[in-house]
Design a protein around this ligand. Structure first.
Ligand code: UTP
Length: 296
């Protein structure tokens, strides 16, 4: 079966980035001039996804971004700003985008369950709205290639440093072939030193529709939230679940350091901006050296 549909959960509170996320979803925070969720839609489209459901919380800012903006386009046309016009138009219509509200923020597992009707009975993709990749082939396409081979649920993973395991869902898995492994169990944010594995889930999943029956009666877990990780642990008692180690650079923009690192990484691809930034950084560091600290 072909993977045609995807869910992007984007209804979190983004508490680690408050107050920026008070009135704007973190998925809309710009990486220089492009909102994070635009990178994700581009990845999904480049991976062959035709229909996307974005699960939203408050506000309509995501809907507005992926809609055409006639007044703005007319204005840019009149002013002869054709490069800007291209930028506001190029990502419209990359895929069919639908929206649904997660009326209560009950956790990632719940946000995915909200998409049950949209998905119907077919296997589907999930792309977390606050994680994006610099990867070729695109990260999701790597997972879809795995699904085409193994016809079972596939979790995108990458190896993280030992002192970072407590931030992620960690996968205990047996190597299978190439970048794929067979999942034995999943542990949500394990305390450092309690698990040997350093394979972290990185916000990309291919799931069989069996996950919906499991999520339907999944009790709240860590943090009182309906956790996808708990549901996946139950899924793997019913059917095989594999991991796919994604080749590429992963950005988790859900916390201040990850957000800043993503901006710097993307700056690295913007020739002039990169050089200007280098000069500015040198000056800023110089200024810091010149300011006597209060302890002196
Ligand atoms: P996170 O747990 O990283 O998002 O969820 P959060 O809760 O917004 O972040 P903090 O911890 O408060 O800073 C991962 C993804 O799942 C979505 C988020 O928007 C994010 O893209 N999510 C999470 C939902 O859509 N609904 C939820 O109930 C929870």
């Amino acid at each position: 079966m072909k993977i045609r549909k995807a869910i992007i959960p984007a209804a979190g509170y983004g508490t680690r980035l408050l107050p920026a996320t008070k009135a704007m979803p973190k998925e809309m925070l710009p990486i220089i001039d492009k909102p994070t969720i635009q990178f994700i839609i581009e990845e999904a489209a480049a991976s062959g996804i035709e229909e996307i459901l974005i699960v939203t919380g408050k506000g309509k800012v995501i809907e507005d971004h992926f809609d055409s903006a006639h007044e703005l386009e007319y204005f840019l046309e009149q002013k002869g700003k054709f490069e800007e016009l291209r930028k506001v138009r190029e990502f419209i219509g990359l895929a069919d985008i639908h929206y649904i509200r997660q009326s209560e923020r009950k956790g990632l597992g719940h946000a995915i369950h909200v998409g049950r009707k949209f998905i119907g009975g077919e296997p589907f993709a999930v792309l977390l709205g606050d994680n994006f990749f610099e990867a070729e082939p695109p990260a999701l396409r790597q997972l879809i290639a795995g699904f085409d081979r193994f016809q079972t649920s596939i979790l995108g993973v990458q190896t993280v440093a030992e002192d970072k395991v407590s931030r992620y869902g960690i996968v205990d898995a047996k190597p299978l072939i190439e970048d794929f492994a067979y999942v034995d169990q999943l542990i949500e944010k394990p305390p450092i030193g309690t698990i040997a594995s350093r394979l972290a889930m990185v916000g990309r999943y291919i799931l069989t529709p069996s996950i919906f029956d499991i999520l339907e009666n999944q009790p709240p877990g860590v943090g009182g939230e309906i956790q996808l990780t708990d549901a996946l642990n139950r899924l793997l008692t019913r059917e095989a679940v594999y991991t796919c180690e994604i080749n590429g650079r992963w950005h988790d923009v859900g916390d201040p350091l990850g957000y800043l690192k993503a901006i710097l990484a993307i700056t690295g691809h913007c020739g002039n901006l990169k050089n200007d930034l280098q000069e500015e950084v040198n000056m800023l560091l110089q200024v810091d050296k010149d300011i006597p600290s209060s302890e002196q």
